[in-house]
Design a protein around this ligand. Structure first.
Ligand code: AGP
Length: 610
C-alpha cells in the first residue's frame, strides 16, 4: 500500500512528482504529500484526501526546486489526516515510506525517552528521527545516515529521503517493499512501481532487499545489505508510457477490460507450439523430469488471484492429473498447512507483492517445496522469492479491481496444466492440441464479447437498485461466480455472493425472492442440465434471473429475464469468456451509481499488509 516517487534532475520536481503519484494513486488515496529541496532547505506540503486536493494546494502554493519526494497514503498507523500524511520531517530530514515498521513501538519509546517529540501517529516518523539522530551522531552524509538508521528497522519498507544539507540528492532504501529506480537523461527517479516512471524512462534498476541507494541527476550509487558498493544492472522495460494512460476510456478498469484479448494473446505468445501440441514455459525452471516427479500442486493466492487459482485447480486435476490444493494466502500459516519437497507451490499474484501470499510462499519454501510465481509485475517480491516464474503479460493494471490480469492468469495456468499433463505423460497430444487451439481462439472470442458491452450496460440498469445479488455457477463456472460477486461488491458496494449452483438448495435458496437478482452462469457445458434445473428452482420462487448462456440456446428465453450471450467454445476455456460480461456488469453498475470505479473506497491495489 502507499506509493512513493522521487525526482532529481534539472526540471521542476513538483509537477513530475505529482504526475508520478497520479499513476500510483491506486496504491492508496487517503492523503498525499510532497517535499522539495528549494536550494536552501526542504519545503513540505501535505493534504488530506485524494491527490487532486494536494495538486490544488500546490497550485496556490507552488514549490520550486529540482529535487523532491512524494507520497500517496493508505493508512496503517494513524488515521487519515494531514498530520499523518507523508513526508514526515525531523530536523533537516524528510522521509516518505511504503510498508510497515514492525518494531515501531519499541523504537518510538526509545526515541521518546531520548526527548523526541512526535507530531504524528505513524511508524514513518520514527525513520525520520532515526536518520536525523544518525546525522547528529556523525554519519558521513545522508547515505550513511540512512544506512545506519534502516539497520534498526524490522518489517517492510521502501523509503525515499531528502536532507537539507545535500541538495540534489535523494537517498532510497528497500526491504520487502517494492522500489524501482528510473535512469533518465540527466535525471534519476524512484518509485513504487514501473508505470510511475515510464513517461521519463524505460531504463530501470531494481533494488535488492537491503540496498540503500543515492540518486543524483548524474548517477546512481548503491550499497548492498553488506554496506559495500553493489552493481545493479539496468534493464529496459518494454511497457510503453501509453500503456499507463486511460487512452480515451472513462476509467482504467474499462480500458483494462477491453485490453483482455491482447493480455491473453501476449501471455500465450511464444509459449506454445500448436503443431507439436506442446508448451514451452522456459522460465518456470521445472523440466519435464521434475514435472513428472511432482506429488502435488499447491496453489496460493488472494482475492481475484485466488479465484484464478480455483479455476487452475480444475485444470490441473483434469488435464495434468496431479492432485491440487488451493489455499488463501492469509490462511496458510494459520491452519498449519503442510508442504513437502515434492510439492510445486504456485503463487498467483498480479502485483507480486501481496503480503499474505508472500508469507505463504515463505512457509512453503521453508518446508523445502519448489515455488513457481505467476505474477504480472516484473521482478516483484514473489517472483524474486520463487524458484521459477511464469509471467502474465497483461501490461500495467491500474484499476484497483483486477480484470485483465485475471484472464491473463487463467491463460498462464491453463498453459501450466497442459505443460504438466504432457510432461507427466497423461495428456494425449490430440487433446493437448484441442486445448491449445481453443486457448488461441479466446482473444478473438473475447473481442466479440466486448462488442456486446452496450447490452451488458443495459442489463446493469436492472441491478443498480438491487441491495443483494446472488451469482451461481457449477464446475469451472463456480470460481467465475465468486469472481463476478467480488467484482460487483468491490466497486459498486452492492452485497453479492458467489455460490456453487449445487449448493443453492443447501441454504441460499432461502434468500430467493423477487427482489434478489440471481446471475447464473449457464453455458452449454458438461454441467448445463444441472445448472438449468437450478435456474428453474430460482424461477419457481420468483427470483429474477440474469443468465449467461451459449449463443443460440433458445430454451433460455423462457427462463431468464435477461440473457447475456457467450460464444460457443470448448468447456475448458469458458472461464476466460464468461468472466468478461461479469466484469462489465460490475463496472456499469458502479459507474451508474457514480462511484470512483478505479479507486473504490477502503481498497488498495497492492495489499502489502497482513
Ligand atoms: C481484485 O479485484 C482485488 N482488488 C484483490 O482481491 C486482489 O486480487 C488481491 O488483493 C490479490 O492481489 P494480487 O493479485 O496482487 O496478489
Amino acid at each position: 500500500m502507499c506509493g512513493i516517487v522521487g525526482y532529481v534532475g534539472e526540471s521542476s520536481a513538483a509537477p513530475i512528482i505529482v504526475e508520478g503519484l497520479r499513476r500510483l494513486e491506486y496504491r492508496g488515496y487517503d492523503s498525499a504529500g510532497i517535499a522539495v529541496h528549494d536550494g536552501h532547505g526542504v519545503q513540505v506540503v501535505r493534504a488530506l484526501g485524494k491527490l487532486r486536493v494536494l495538486a490544488k494546494v500546490l497550485e496556490d502554493r507552488p514549490l520550486a526546486g529540482t529535487t523532491g519526494i512524494g507520497h500517496t497514503r493508505w493508512a496503517t498507523h494513524g488515521r487519515p489526516s494531514e498530520e499523518n500524511a507523508h513526508p514526515h520531517v525531523a530536523g533537516p530530514v524528510a522521509v516518505v515510506h511504503n510498508g510497515i515498521i514492525e518494531n515501531h513501538r519499541a523504537l518510538r519509546q526509545e526515541l521518546a525517552r531520548a526527548g523526541v517529540a512526535f507530531s504524528s501517529d505513524t511508524d514513518t516518523e520514527i525513520i525520520a528521527h532515526l536518520v536525523h539522530r544518525e546525522l547528529q551522531a556523525g554519519a558521513a552524509g545522508l547515505l550513511d545516515a540512512v544506512r545506519r538508521a534502516v539497520a534498526r528497522l524490522s518489517g517492510a519498507y521502501a523509503i525515499a529521503v531528502l536532507g537539507r544539507d545535500e541538495p540534489g540528492v535523494i537517498v532510497a532504501a528497500r526491504q520487502g517493499s517494492p522500489l524501482v529506480i528510473g535512469c533518465g537523461e540527466g535525471e534519476m527517479l524512484c518509485g513504487s512501481d514501473i508505470p510511475a516512471l515510464l513517461s521519463h524512462t524505460q531504463q530501470m534498476v531494481f533494488l535488492e532487499d537491503g540496498d540503500v541507494a543515492e540518486l543524483r541527476a548524474g548517477g546512481l550509487r548503491v550499497l548492498g545489505a553488506d554496506a559495500k558498493p553493489a552493481l545493479r544492472p539496468r534493464r529496459h522495460i518494454d511497457w510503453s508510457p501509453v500503456m499507463a494512460e486511460r487512452g480515451g476510456y472513462k476509467h482504467f478498469m474499462l480500458k483494462e477490460i477491453h485490453e483482455q484479448p491482447e493480455a491473453v494473446a501476449a501471455t500465450l505468445r511464444g509459449r506454445l507450439d500448436l503443431d507439436a501440441s506442446s508448451v514451452h514455459p522456459s522460465e518456470i525452471g521445472l523440466g519435464p523430469e521434475a514435472a513428472g516427479a511432482l506429488r502435488r500442486v499447491y496453489l496460493v493466492a488472494c482475492g481475484t488471484s485466488f479465484h484464478a487459482a480455483l479455476v487452475g485447480r480444475y485444470w490441473l486435476e483434469s488435464i495434468a492429473q496431479v492432485p491440487t490444493v488451493v489455499e488463501l494466502g492469509s490462511e496458510v500459516r494459520y491452519r498449519g498447512a503442510l508442504f513437502f519437497p515434492d510439492d510445486l507451490v504456485v503463487a498467483v499474484s498480479q502485483s507480486g507483492e501481496t503480503a499474505d501470499t508472500i508469507a505463504a510462499v515463505q512457509t512453503a519454501k521453508a518446508a523445502g517445496a519448489r515455488v513457481l510465481a505467476v505474477a504480472n509485475v516484473l521482478d516483484s517480491a514473489i517472483p524474486r522469492l520463487a524458484h521459477g516464474s511464469l509471467y502474465t503479460r497483461a501490461g500495467p493494471e491500474i484499476g484497483v479491481a483486477s480484470t485483465k490480469c485475471f484472464t491473463a492468469q487463467l491463460a498462464a495456468l491453463l498453459l501450466l496444466a497442459v505443460y504438466l499433463g504432457r510432461s507427466r505423460g497423461v495428456l494425449p497430444a490430440e487433446r493437448a492440441a484441442e486445448i491449445l487451439q481453443a486457448l488461441c481462439e479466446v482473444p478473438s472470442q473475447m473481442h466479440d464479447l466486448l462488442g456486446d458491452a452496450d447490452y451488458v450496460r443495459a442489463v446493469a440498469t436492472r441491478l443498480v437498485h438491487a441491495r443483494h445479488v446472488l451469482f451461481l455457477g457449477r464446475g469451472l463456472s463456480f470460481p467465475i461466480a465468486l469472481e463476478g460477486a467480488l467484482k460487483l461488491k468491490e466497486i459498486s458496494y452492492v452485497h453479492a455472493e458467489g455460490y456453487a449452483a449445487g449448493e443453492m438448495k443447501h441454504g441460499p435458496i432461502a434468500l430467493i425472492e423477487p427482489e434478489l437478482p440471481v446471475v447464473v452462469i449457464c453455458p452449454q457445458d458438461a454441467a448445463y442440465d444441472k445448472t438449468l434445473s437450478n435456474i428453474q428452482e430460482v424461477r419457481a420462487r420468483e427470483g429474477p434471473v440474469v443468465a449467461l448462456a451459449t449463443k443460440g440456446d433458445e430454451s433460455m428465453h423462457d427462463l431468464s429475464e435477461h440473457i447475456i450471450w457467450i460464444p460457443r467454445a470448448p468447456d475448458v476455456v469458458l472461464p476466460l469468456l464468461t468472466v468478461v460480461p461479469l466484469q462489465l456488469l460490475a463496472y456499469y453498475v458502479a459507474d451508474r451509481k457514480g462511484h470512483d470505479v478505479d479507486q473504490p473506497r477502503n481498497l488498495a491495489k497492492t495489499v502489502t499488509v497482513e
